[in-house]
Design a protein. Structure first.
Length: 577
């Protein structure tokens, strides 16, 4: 499954730009080691959200329905070698009181262990009646019962369990697997799986198989276009769908096709598909941006149409800024002035762009005035931070360290959330050292450690403070200890079954279930995006998983920013990174 978390830019492009940032952040977090993780990973009070966010907070702090000792014990057992793990699970499965959550978890994991060892009869003993005592996992238990029965060779009884699963839990994603097994002898069950569970990974496998047998099936190609972005040959299938079935496609079909092309960085094709989708602000922007990214004609006209159709939509501000970059100076300044006067959330970026444009037009007085207005009206904005850092670098390049330090230092106080803040904090410390301002230098390094402990610059700051974290010459010789959590926090989104699979460490099963449960991949909530990132990490999709978690900071709506900041108060956020 792909997921789009940016309203205006392709996820893959952003991801590729940030690869080095993610790697360096991970390096910094590792080198700072377990000691910092236990005391400094939670951000300071400046990130505390308003108290009105309590319902959101409960999603991350909800008490698990059993003693935390039980969860820790199960997690500790999972790390044991196979023989020890089986012995310990057997001991827990036999414990009283019966039907406790701890015992149910042990029985389920023990059954999986026995199946992996080819001892299906022993697995069936553990699964017997477990669907009744373990309601959150009832459908999963029945699925395992049927699979274990197949292992014994009793396909008749296995089919009976699959049919019972279909009858008792007709809407549960586990039923998709039952349908696909039953479909071996009756194609109507396969058709039902495609219609009811199109995003299930095994359904996608079936669709690919059918398309391989007969490529000219537009409805199956459309299923793949909507749900199979991760599959090999995806673009070729969608190209064929567009070629063969364009007149029959509905506007919502074109939107799904456009999204797939966009994620695959086929921007020209995406723009053309968005032009046949519902004309929403987001789609209108991508029509223009797709043309621009693919170097096609009509870019300005596409942006102008969006501006005229959606004059007050927040995304129109970005369209105006884009227009300012592709038109002559006088017209461009007019576009930027519209942003400044009508879109306060983007006024800082427009003022900075206006200053750059005026400077390029050899109008230094007007450029200076634009910069002064930016710093006076929007001193806490991202654009103000960028301006301060740019000027600081210019003075540093000119060997005027004192002035560079004075320009960079306000970023720590007025722009602490800026992407330039950790870098600026480190250099404020380094420049202060060069100016023999030792107290200020220490304060700056400590500020970086406190506010950005997971960053590359935290490692560099720790090194300058004399911490035993190594430097560029000695890091390879270090072997820092990292204390991993004994239990997993509850996921903030998803069903009770998904959360239970996650607690059990059944990461692949959880990821498979999530493919069907996650209904909003194009515009996920904060909780859904974090859940998606955590589950990706569980199946080894590390780069995308880290990106999904870290990019939560980029949310623009105030309520989502509040949710993201509240999430950053949880250890689960930092441990995931």
């Amino acid at each position: 499954m792909q997921i789009s978390i940016s309203k205006v830019e392709p996820v893959r492009a952003i991801l590729n730009q940030r690869r080095s940032q993610i790697v360096l952040a991970g390096l910094g977090a590792l080198l700072l080691g377990g000691g910092l993780a236990s005391t400094r990973l939670i951000p300071s009070d400046r990130n505390q959200p308003p108290q009105t966010g309590q319902p959101w907070k409960s999603a991350f702090n909800h008490p698990i329905a059993t003693d935390i000792r039980q969860i820790k014990q199960i997690n500790a057992i999972k790390a044991l070698p196979e023989q020890q793990r089986t012995a310990k699970l057997t001991e827990l499965a036999a414990q009283t009181p019966p039907n406790s959550l701890e015992q149910n978890r042990a029985r389920y994991l023990l059954a999986i262990n026995w199946m992996q060892q080819g001892q299906a009869s022993k697995a069936l003993e553990q699964l017997q009646g477990l669907d009744s005592s373990y309601p959150a996992m009832a459908a999963q238990v029945m699925l395992k019962q049927a699979q274990a029965m197949e292992q014994t060779g009793d396909n008749g009884k296995a089919e009976g369990i699959y049919r019972d699963l279909l009858k008792r839990y007709p809407t549960d994603p586990a039923t998709a697997e039952a349908l696909l097994v039953l479909g071996r002898n009756d194609r109507k069950f396969e058709d039902q799986a495609i219609a009811q569970f199109p995003a299930h990974p095994k359904t996608i496998d079936l669709v690919q198989k059918r398309l391989k047998q007969n490529p000219n099936q537009p409805q199956l190609m459309l299923v793949l276009a909507r749900h199979g972005i991760h599959t090999n040959g995806y673009t070729e299938v969608v190209d064929k769908l567009v070629e063969q079935a364009a007149p029959q496609l509905k506007p919502e079909d074109w939107e799904a096709i456009a999204f797939g092309y966009w994620e695959k960085q086929q921007y020209g094709k995406a723009g053309a598909a968005y032009a046949r989708a519902p004309y929403t602000p987001r789609n209108a922007y991508r029509i223009a941006r797709g043309l621009q990214l693919s170097d096609e004609e009509g870019v300005a006209q596409a942006y102008q149409r969006m501006v005229q159709t959606f004059p007050n939509d927040p995304e129109t501000a970005q369209a105006l800024i884009r227009l300012s970059r592709i038109t002559e100076a006088g017209t461009a300044i007019g576009y930027l002035d519209q942003v400044i006067s009508r879109f306060p959330a983007k006024a800082d970026a427009a003022l900075l762009a206006k200053a750059k444009l005026l400077e390029a037009q050899n109008n230094p007085q007007a450029a200076t005035q634009a910069r002064r207005t930016l710093l006076d009206r929007y001193p806490n904005s991202s654009a103000a931070a960028e301006l301060r850092w740019t000027i600081a670098q210019q003075y540093a390049t000119a060997k005027d360290i004192e002035t560079a330090w004075r320009w960079a230092e306000p970023i720590l106080r007025q722009n602490p959330d800026s992407e330039f803040a950790p870098k600026a904090g480190f250099w404020v410390g380094k420049w202060a050292q060069q100016l023999n301002k030792q107290t200020e230098a220490r304060s700056a390094y400590e500020w970086v450690l406190k506010h950005y402990p997971n960053s590359y610059y935290a490692w560099r700051s720790a090194s300058f403070l004399g911490w035993k974290v190594g430097d560029f010459d000695s890091t390879r010789q270090l072997n820092p200890s990292v204390t991993r959590p004994a239990s997993r926090p509850e996921l903030p989104a998803g069903s009770a079954t998904l959360k239970e699979l996650h607690q059990l460490g059944q990461d692949q099963a959880a990821w498979t279930l999530w493919q069907t449960e996650f209904q909003n991949p194009r515009q996920p909530t904060v909780a859904e995006q974090f859940t998606d990132g955590v589950l990706r990490l569980g199946v080894g999709d590390y780069l995308d998983g880290i990106f999904m978690v870290s990019y939560l900071k980029e949310r623009e709506r105030p309520e989502e920013q509040s949710q993201s900041k509240m999430l950053q108060q949880q250890a689960a956020y930092w441990r995931s990174l």
